[in-house]
Design a protein around this ligand. Structure first.
Ligand SMILES: [Fe+2]
Ligand SMILES: [Fe+2]
Length: 179
């Protein structure tokens, strides 16, 4: 299993540096959230690492677009959840496939495991500078956004709030990418 995960990480780093940075940040956040909730931190580290693995199958031209993308392109990009889940099943990593499949499903009935990685993913995306077409939010603004969505359990958002302060923050109070 480790060999396969290492191989996927290598593929991600060769394909797109931002994809790798984002995946590593989501992995760390997911791990600390899980730890704060008394859950399996190693499992959630790996789940965070692999949540966007389907982006390996999305052209870099789409991943790196710095402006809002069109309808067809959005459709291709959206497929990364489904493709990622399929890829994980093929590689014998099916224990992570549900999280990967559902991580963009913004509904109130998400399993707890999906919620953990999904809040980490959204928080990382909102607070990082890699989304060039949008200004990065502060940690507080991002957490407020997650509350407003009304789809995540309060325990998960509270665990994220603690997790992000436990991880390195910069002087402006923003989540620091690449930790
Ligand atoms: Fe994603
Ligand atoms: Fe993501």
């Amino acid at each position: 299993m480790l060999k396969t995960i290492e191989m996927l990480l290598q593929d991600m780093s060769e394909k797109n540096a931002t994809l790798l940075t984002h995946s590593l940040n989501v992995a760390k956040l997911s791990m600390v959230i899980a730890r704060n909730m008394g859950m399996d931190e190693e499992f959630y580290y790996t789940a965070g690492l692999l949540h966007d693995v389907g982006k390996l199958l999305v052209p870099n031209a789409l991943l790196d677009k710095s402006i809002a993308i069109g309808k067809e392109e959005l459709e291709i990009l959206r497929n990364h959840s489904k493709w990622g889940a399929e890829l994980l099943k093929l590689l014998g990593l099916e224990q992570f496939s549900t999280i990967t499949l559902l991580h963009h499903q913004d509904t109130a009935d998400l399993p707890l495991s999906v919620q953990i990685v999904s809040v980490a993913d959204k928080f990382e995306a909102m607070t990082s500078l890699w989304r060039q077409y949008r200004k990065a939010m502060t940690a507080k603004e991002a957490i407020d956004e997650l509350w407003k969505m009304q789809i995540f359990q309060s325990t998960v958002i509270e665990a994220l709030a603690i997790a992000q302060t436990e991880l390195i923050t910069d002087k402006k109070g923003q989540f620091q990418g690449g930790i």
